[in-house]
Design a protein around this ligand. Structure first.
Ligand SMILES: [Zn+2]
Ligand SMILES: [Zn+2]
Length: 261
């Protein structure tokens, strides 16, 4: 039986408001055996918990997206800490630095990211990193605050082979999204052939970034197979091998049960 894990999804977005249950059912029908929701701000935490409580195969991470870094403070920090006692809370994030969009001032992005790396270390949870055109600062903060004790994933990888040695030194995972299926994503595709088989993950980051041939439409967890297929082609292995190793890796990183609880 085919099985795969979508390691990063946003199921509480407005674009799923009409048919969230159908989208989740469709993921099940397509063998998406587990899904990790990524948090972006304070209000998504209770919404994600509601879904995680309803569906045994769905988990969540809690954190503050760099786009919203300005709202980091005691209230957010307390909410993340409190959510960490939920049995299906599996990571801190998504958090990090985004110098491509620069929706928040960089000093605020860095402060919020630094605080969340510290939290991941204190809580013993893996960190879900969103980084765009900010590799040096991201690595520096991870090294300074993580102290070699934080595990995690670079989600929706947009870098190239040049950043892989430093990721390897941190012993982090690399998660590929629909971007790896895009024709113009050469460096990402090259990196996809080089990541160690025990450190590779797949995700949709839905509702964004639908993989080819769905590009431009709303994305959903069932489409994670298109990402896996592209990885299989690039790495010249079978789709079933990619599915198997990415399931094992997601379970190891996030501590997901081997049989959905
Ligand atoms: Zn992201
Ligand atoms: Zn995301």
């Amino acid at each position: 039986m085919k099985a795969i894990i979508d390691s990063h999804a946003h199921l509480t977005w407005d674009s799923f408001a009409e048919d969230q249950a159908e989208v989740i059912d469709r993921a099940c029908e397509h063998g998406v055996v587990q899904i990790v929701q990524a948090g972006v701000n304070l209000s998504t935490i209770p919404e994600m918990i509601k879904i995680a409580d309803r569906y045994r195969q769905i988990f969540f991470g809690a954190g503050l997206h760099p786009h919203e870094a300005g709202s980091w403070g005691d209230e957010m920090e307390t909410a993340v800490i409190r959510s960490a006692s939920h049995p299906k809370m599996v990571g801190i994030g998504e958090c990090g630095l985004d110098y491509y969009y620069d929706h928040s001032p960089r000093d605020l992005q860095k402060a919020a990211f630094r605080a969340q790396v510290r939290l991941a270390r204190e809580l013993g949870k893996p960190i879900i990193i969103h980084t765009r055109e900010a590799w040096q600062d991201t690595f520096q903060i991870l090294e300074e605050e993580g102290n070699g004790e934080v595990r995690g994933v670079f989600h929706c990888f947009t870098g190239g082979p040049d950043v892989l040695p430093r990721i390897r030194a941190l012993d982090f995972y690399v998660s590929f999204s629909g971007i790896v299926t895009f024709k113009n994503a050469r460096p990402v595709q090259e990196a996809a052939t080089l990541v160690s088989p025990d450190r590779i993950l797949v995700e949709t980051d839905c509702p964004y970034l639908a993989p080819a041939p769905h590009r431009g439409k709303r994305n959903e967890p069932a489409y994670v197979w298109e990402v896996a297929q592209r990885l299989a082609d690039l790495r010249k292995v079978d789709l079933t091998d990619i599915a198997r190793i990415t399931v094992e890796n997601a379970r190891r990183l996030f501590g997901l049960p081997h049989h959905p609880v």
